[in-house]
Design a protein around this ligand. Structure first.
Ligand code: SAM
Length: 231
């Protein structure tokens, strides 16, 4: 499903209707991720972090934050944004997989699993299982259930737009997404959907004990977040 990486490899993805939307989105995510940082000495990994414009909020709460982004232009822009930040490093997927076992107290995979095939996600779960400390926490968020995914995403965008002063930009942005490559890729490459039980079974098969979190990270509460710990 690597075409999705190309889709996201713009300096600013069409998924964000304007800079305000992008910043509201990433601030909400960073605040939620920050809530999962177990201690100020924690080492955290945010895999598939996207533009991560509020990553310093997470970094403030931990000892080190590693941002992993597969899309090269997004990664270059992250590297520039956080150059000189004492706690943030930006690395590739390959560099992440090569980290020593037990490196992280917290690993987050948010809004990425839908772009991975089932086998690709299994491979990544095995990497995370190895990289996590025995008492570490793996948070997998924005898991998209099969039903009503598109209307839920559209409604969430309009609500966030209305609440943050960019309703019309959100409405226009929806049309822009409609004519972008998103729908073509959705048809040809596909998106992965999981029911709650299916994701719990997948995490269990990967060596975690997991439960669904009371709320999803970010704005879309039709989607699900799961909290997983090594067995
Ligand atoms: C919707 S963005 C999520 C960004 C951020 N985590 C967030 O929650 O806003 C999807 C991310 O998945 C990444 N991605 C898509 N396919 C991938 C793959 N096969 N391997 C690694 N990352 C992938 C993209 O590069 C992009 O950063």
């Amino acid at each position: 499903m690597s075409d999705w990486i190309s889709f996201y490899d713009f300096k600013h993805s069409v998924i964000y209707v304007n800079a305000r939307h992008r910043d509201v989105h990433y601030r909400a995510i960073a605040n939620d991720i920050r809530g999962y940082v177990p201690s100020p000495s924690a080492h955290a990994l945010d895999y598939g972090c996207g533009e991560a414009t509020s990553a310093e909020l997470v970094a403030d709460a931990c000892a080190q934050l590693i941002l992993v982004e597969a899309a090269p232009n997004v990664r270059a822009s992250l590297t520039m944004r956080y150059a000189g930040h004492p706690k943030i490093a930006v690395i590739t997927s390959e560099q992440a997989a090569a980290q020593p076992p037990g490196s992280f107290d917290l690993i987050v995979l948010h809004s990425v699993a839908q772009y991975l095939g089932a086998a690709e996600l299994d491979r990544l779960l095995a990497v995370f299982r190895r990289l996590l400390k025995p008492d570490g926490l793996f948070v997998i968020g924005d898991i998209v259930p099969p039903k009503l995914a598109a209307p839920a995403a559209a409604l969430t965008l309009l609500r966030v737009g209305a609440a943050n002063g960019f309703f019309w930009a959100a409405a226009f942005g929806l049309m822009r997404i409609f004519v972008s490559d998103y729908l073509r890729l959705k048809k040809t490459v596909g998106l992965s959907h999981y029911e709650e039980a299916a994701m719990l079974a997948k995490l269990e098969a990967a060596g975690f004990t997991a439960q669904r979190a009371p709320r999803n990270i970010g704005h879309n509460q039709w989607r699900m977040t799961f909290l997983a710990r090594p067995v």
